[in-house]
Design a protein around this ligand. Structure first.
Ligand SMILES: [Zn+2]
Length: 332
C-alpha cells in the first residue's frame, strides 16, 4: 500500500505482478528453507546464482517477461480460468478451463518436463526452472484459478481508501498490508515466519496434506489438484456471498481480517510444495546422471510453449473472449 503510493512511477510494473513481488519472493524463500542441500546446488548451478536468494531473485521474472513483446505468448500461463459458478459451486475442469493459449496447469506440466531435459540448451533449462518457481506460486492464488469477472479483475473494490480490484488486493494489497513492504528483506522475514509455522506452528499438522499425491511424473494431475484446492477458496473465502457485496464499502479491515489467514496459508503452501517439487526433480536428475540413462522419459520433449498439451480446440466461451480482450494481463 504505502510503497505503491510512494513509488508511483513503478506502480504499473509493480502492480502487474501476480501474487505481487512480495508474495512470489516469499514463496521462493520458503522453498529455499525446505529444499535438500543437493537440490539447492542443482538449482544454483542451473541459474548461475550461488547467492542466498537464488530462487527469490528469479521469482518474478515470469511476470516481467509476460509484459514484453517477446514474452507475450506466456501471459495465459499464469492462471486457469475455471468457468464454475461461485459462490454456489466451485470446480476446475482441464478440458473446459485450460484456454487455447495454455494455462498454469499446462505450463507447470511442460516446464517440469523441460527442466529435466538434456535435449535443450542450458538457457532453456534455466527458463523452465524460472517458470516453475513462479507458476507454483501463481496456482495457489485463488483468483488465478477462476474465470469469474476475469479472475476478479473486473470486480471494483475499495481497499483501505484505495480504488482497486478484487484480483489486485489478493495479489498485492493484502500481503503488503500484512507485512508493510515488498522489498526482498520483507519477503525473507515473512518466509522465516511462515517457515516456523510449517515446522512447529499451526501448519505443522497440515503440511503432509499439502504435498499429498505430489508426483513429478504426473505433473498435470498434481497441478490440477493444486488448482482445485485454491479454486475452492473462491467460494468459501474470496466471495462467499457473491461479488456484488464486495463492490460497496471498504474491504479493510473486515474483509481483510477474514481473508488474510487464507493468503498466508496459500503462500506457505506454495513455498512448501515448490521445495518438494524441486527436490523430486533434482533427485531424478541426479539418478539419471548416475546410471547414465539415455533419456528414457524424453521421447517427447514438448515445445517451449507446450501447446501439444492443450485440450482440443473448441469455440471460445464468453469468459475466454473477455480474457483475450484485456490481453491476458491483470488490471491494476
Ligand atoms: Zn504470474
Amino acid at each position: 500500500m504505502r510503497s505503491s503510493i510512494v513509488l508511483f512511477g513503478l506502480a504499473a510494473v509493480h502492480g502487474a505482478n501476480a501474487w505481487g513481488t512480495l508474495g512470489h519472493e516469499t514463496v521462493a524463500y520458503i522453498a529455499q528453507n525446505f529444499v535438500a542441500s543437493s537440490t539447492a546446488s542443482w538449482a544454483q548451478n542451473i541459474l548461475g546464482d550461488t547467492s542466498d536468494s537464488y530462487l527469490a531473485n528469479v521469482a518474478t521474472w515470469a511476470d516481467t517477461f509476460r509484459y514484453t513483446t517477446a514474452g507475450k505468448w506466456s501471459a495465459p500461463f499464469h492462471f486457469i480460468d475455471a468457468e464454475d459458478n461461485p459462490p454456489s459451486s466451485c470446480s476446475i475442469d482441464y478440458d473446459r478451463d485450460c484456454g487455447a493459449g495454455g494455462c498454469v496447469v499446462s505450463a507447470i506440466t511442460n516446464y517440469t518436463a523441460r527442466v529435466q531435459s538434456t535435449k535443450i540448451s542450458s538457457s532453456e533449462v534455466a527458463t523452465a526452472l524460472k517458470f516453475i518457481v513462479h507458476f507454483v506460486g501463481d496456482i495457489t492464488q485463488p483468483l488465478h484459478d477462476e474465470a469469474y469477472e476475469v479472475g476478479g479483475n473486473d470486480v471494483d473494490v475499495t481497499f483501505d481508501g484505495t480504488s482497486t480490484n478484487l484480483h489486485h488486493i489478493w495479489d498485492t494489497n493484502m500481503p503488503e498490508e500484512l507485512r508493510g513492504g515488498y522489498q526482498l528483506s520483507d519477503a525473507k522475514s515473512w518466509a522465516a515466519d511462515l517457515t516456523t509455522m510449517i515446522n512447529t506452528g499451526s501448519y505443522k499438522s497440515q503440511k503432509a496434506a499439502w504435498i499429498s499425491g505430489l508426483d513429478i511424473s504426473n505433473a498435470k494431475k498434481t497441478s490440477l489438484a493444486w488448482a482445485a484446492d485454491a479454486n475452492a477458496y473462491v467460494c468459501s473465502v474470496v466471495m462467499p456471498n457473491g461479488a456484488t457485496t464486495l463492490e460497496s464499502g471498504d474491504l479493510y479491515p473486515t474483509y481483510y481480517n477474514n481473508a488474510i489467514p487464507t493468503v498466508e496459508l496459500q503462500i506457505a503452501k506454495a513455498g512448501y510444495r515448490l521445495a518438494k517439487w524441486l527436490d523430486a526433480i533434482a533427485a531424478k536428475s541426479a539418478k539419471k546422471r548416475d546410471v547414465d540413462l539415455e533419456d528414457e522419459d524424453e521421447d517427447e520433449v514438448v515445445a517451449t510453449n507446450g501447446m501439444s498439451l492443450l485440450p482440443l480446440p473448441r469455440q471460445l466461451s464468453d469468459a475466454q473472449l473477455r480474457r483475450a480482450a484485456i490481453g491476458y494481463g491483470c488490471k491494476h
